[in-house]
Design a binder for this molecule. Structure first.
Ligand SMILES: [Zn+2]
Ligand SMILES: [Zn+2]
Length: 369
């Protein structure tokens, strides 16, 4: 796959090479094709803000987009995690000033529609509608980005927090924590987390924050399991045929109260289901392709009183501000997840490394300015 991407790579422009009034952006040009291109620096329409990007990331979803596994329109700028500085405020955006440093969630709800006002902000305007940046609107892997519904989405970053401290709250931490929150962990509950990629690690951390007693982390990568211990796992299991049996053994044959699925495969979904106690909850974070099968024996033929909940990353400035307080208070440290930093100029290399999962990579940060 990587070789194929190499062959189709678009010639790369260098940051700083853009003409006045233009900027560099990492643009999708069909499956296997993306690269830096010049685009006009955007202007802020009513209710919008233009933010000069300081630090952004590559997300697993971006790799799916690049491979053509998640459709976006040709010419779209990719990326949805970002810390930056307000460059321009559109009409009607109040209480902010140019130059302020801000974090925007990957999900940018309007705050006004029925799903938003009903509390389902990720589903703003309709199914999955809260995800706009790098999906339906130009994203954050660029020198400037337009943040829609700025009033609802710009969270001021406290001066004593670095970009690297808060960047991952935009997406993976908010998503990972949400698995624990939507699983309604009670103090002392037992939890298994299937897959310890960046989001799974944040789910493990969320389970710890919410007071789980046993947190069993499962992955096929020993390095990721080692990281899981730092993020709160009380037991780590190398994924294999005996995973479910081992979880049942650890829980005295009972099964876990909450199983979190953080990969998006039939196998991990089934294992999560089979690890549950009767009446337990499966909190699903993975993005699945094709059909997901529900084996009858794992749900007591439909009588096992289980709950399955799913999550799209919660966003909006209230959540971003609240999660930044966890960092400021020293309750969480997401920096160990940022294993590599590249400049925007080197974003193609960053994609190759991130997609290859070599060199212990967890999350890649892109320093833009
Ligand atoms: Zn993402
Ligand atoms: Zn809305």
């Amino acid at each position: 796959m990587l070789q194929q991407l190499e062959e189709h790579k678009i010639p790369q422009l260098k940051p700083g090479a853009a003409r006045p009034g233009t900027m560099l952006a990492n643009v999708f040009r069909g499956p296997g094709r993306c690269g830096l291109e010049e685009k006009p620096i955007p202007a802020a329409g009513p209710g919008e803000a233009v933010v000069k990007v300081r630090l952004t990331t590559i997300c697993g979803t971006d790799v799916h987009i690049l491979r053509g596994e998640y459709p976006v329109k040709d010419g779209l700028t990719i990326g949805h995690e970002m810390v930056g500085v307000i460059h321009e405020l559109g009409a009607g955006v109040e209480g902010y000033a140019v130059g302020q440093r801000v974090l925007s969630g990957a999900i940018t709800p309007c705050g006004q529609c029925e799903p938003c006002l009903g509390g389902d902000k990720s589903q703003c305007g309709g199914p999955l509608g809260g995800w706009k940046l790098g999906n339906t609107l130009d994203g954050t892997q660029a020198e400037y980005v337009v943040i829609p519904h700025a009033q609802a989405n710009l969270a001021l970053v406290p001066d004593d927090l670095a970009d690297e401290d808060v960047l991952l709250l935009a997406d993976i931490a908010s998503t990972g924590f949400s698995a624990a929150e939507r699983g309604h962990i009670r103090l002392g509950d037992t939890v298994a987390v299937f897959a310890q990629g960046p989001i799974g690690l944040c789910a493990t951390l969320g389970a710890r924050l919410m007071g789980a007693s046993a947190i069993i982390a499962v992955d096929n990568d020993p390095n990721r399991l080692h990281m899981a211990e730092q993020f709160g796992a009380t037991t780590t299991l190398l994924a294999g045929p005996g995973t479910v049996a081992r979880i049942l053994e650890i829980t005295g044959g009972r099964g876990v109260d909450l199983a979190i699925e953080a990969l998006g495969t039939q196998e991990t979904f089934e294992n999560a289901l089979r690890s549950l106690r009767p009446g337990g909850t499966l909190s699903s974070l993975g993005v699945y392709s094709g059909h997901l099968k529900m084996p009858l024996d794992a749900i007591g033929a439909g009588l096992a009183d289980q709950t399955v909940v799913t999550t799209l990353c919660p966003g909006g400035k209230e959540r971003m501000t609240r999660l930044m307080r966890l960092v400021a208070a020293g309750r969480i440290n997401l920096r160990p997840l940022l294993t590599h930093v590249f400049s925007l100029r080197d974003i193609a290399r960053a994609y190759d490394l991130f997609a290859s999962r070599t060199d212990g990579v967890l999350k890649v940060a892109i320093r833009v300015s």
